[in-house]
Design a protein around this ligand. Structure first.
Ligand code: S3P
Length: 429
């Protein structure tokens, strides 16, 4: 069991680069494997989740080499995967399991996926049901709700889906399933979610069209291999942005961060809260917008009210936004966030519990939270629930809390952000 002690700081200063984007790293392996030829990925995220994807595709017969500076994937085309000789372990990674379900459903072989205690409790009907509607033969625990998932690959058919929940994983699963079909799959989302799959598929020559919330993909076309440099993950940068805003005497520059507008909802929320975050050196890297992010202490944060649309564009920033809310004047209300109950942990419950323990005034709703600031936080023991973003959010809170904040099971940060605590600590000296 790893516990990290975080102490109050009187400054936060420096320049840093956070690790590569997790979503893009997962997709680079999956799409590289399905391409007809060799792809090269630079700045791949070597963290537990994308490594689960890498191991899965090795089990599916794909030669993937990591030279240290680049990852080289010898893609075998849409129909080139081989039957795995064992159960595929997706670890803690929902993205691995849900996107892979779409890839495997149309392959001419049998496969089984499982995951850790957290992943085996996360809802899988959201991908199994649409795949079944496409003709897939899939079985899963509890009448098709939870992993392990067993798939007998079969030919899939064109379908048009209106998704009941905003989920980039479900959208991407269906698009990946559509790659091998004779015809078109269409997905309409209730809110716009991250579009990395669409961007990469389009760059690889897939027959894909995006019209607002509607994405259509016509199957059967070969995918071209690519060279890709993965930008830094905005969702990892978010912890340092928040830390700089709430710490005293702070000035932090985060270099080369992916600022795809489907991911940066937090920047708009921060603007409404009265914080100014500056983007410099904006550029495009491998089809994704990238910039350096400069932030300094924001003394006058104001409370905000957030709903479904804002939540979808800042889905992974909910934990750190709750910490920021505790330092804003007034009551911040976040609703339409039911999805947060089924992330790596129940993030609504985890944030409500931890913030209350630190002395903040919090009200929990089935679909969200209300946090009243500005709260004087006190260091205490925080249970991360083995959830990387909960651990990192409370580590940031620890920087401004009186006394010591002890984060339990802190090493779960390695799921997306190896070296997080060292990087954070380096800015306080
Ligand atoms: C992801 C989509 C989101 C996000 C997750 C990564 C992706 O999940 O929370 O961290 O890479 O597609 P949902 O699709 O469940 O919202």
């Amino acid at each position: 069991m790893s516990t990290r002690i975080i102490t109050q700081t009187d400054t936060l200063r420096g320049e840093l680069t956070v690790p590569a984007d997790k979503s893009v790293s997962h997709r680079s392996i999956m799409l590289g494997a399905l391409a007809s030829g060799t792809s090269v990925v630079r700045n791949f995220l070597r963290a537990e989740d994308p490594i689960s994807t890498m191991n899965a595709f090795r089990m599916l017969g794909i030669d993937i080499r990591d030279s240290g500076s680049e990852v080289i994937i010898k893609g075998k085309g849409i129909r080139g995967l081989a039957e795995p000789a064992n159960i595929i372990d997706c670890g803690n990674s929902g993205t691995t399991m849900r996107l892979l379900a779409g890839v495997l459903a149309g392959q001419p072989f049998f496969s089984v996926m499982t995951g850790d205690d957290s992943l085996r409790q996360r809802p899988m009907a959201r991908v199994i049901d649409p795949l079944r509607a496409m003709g897939a033969d899939i079985s899963a625990r509890c009448s098709g709700k939870y992993a392990p998932i067993a798939i007998r690959g079969t030919a899939l058919k064109p379908t048009d889906f209106a998704l009941p929940i905003a989920s980039a994983q479900v959208k991407s699963c269906i698009l990946l399933a559509g790659l091998g079909i004779d015809g078109t799959v269409t997905v309409t989302e209730p809110e716009k979610t991250r579009d990395h799959s669409e961007r990469m598929l389009s760059a690889m020559g897939a027959d894909i069209a995006v019209d607002g919330l509607r994405v259509s993909l016509k199957g059967g076309r070969e995918l071209q291999p690519f060279e890709l440099t993965v930008p830094s993950d905005f969702s990892s940068a978010a912890f340092f942005i928040a830390a700089a805003l709430i710490a005293p005497n702070a000035s932090v520059t985060i270099r080369g961060v992916g600022v795809n507008p489907t991911r940066t909802g937090m920047l708009d929320i921060l603007a409404s809260m009265g914080a100014s975050v500056v983007l410099e050196n904006a550029r495009t890297v491998s089809g994704e917008p990238v910039a350096d992010i400069v932030c300094t202490t924001a003394p006058g944060l104001r409370a905000v009210t957030l709903g479904k649309r804002e939540v979808a564009r800042a889905i992974d920033e909910f934990p750190i936004l709750c910490i920021l809310a505790s330092q804003a004047e007034g009551t911040t209300v976040i609703r339409g966030a039911k999805e947060l109950r089924v992330k790596e942990s129940d993030r609504i419950a985890a944030m409500a519990e931890g913030l209350k323990r630190m002395g903040a005034q919090v009200e929990e709703f089935e679909d969200g939270i209300a946090v009243t600031g500005k709260a004087a936080l006190t260091g205490t023991e925080i249970e991360s629930r083995h959830d990387h973003r909960i651990a990192m959010a409370f580590a940031v809170a620890g920087l401004i809390a009186d006394g010591e904040t002890a984060i339990r099971h802190a090493s779960c940060a390695d799921i997306s952000f190896p070296g997080f605590y060292e990087l954070l600590g380096g800015l306080t000296r």
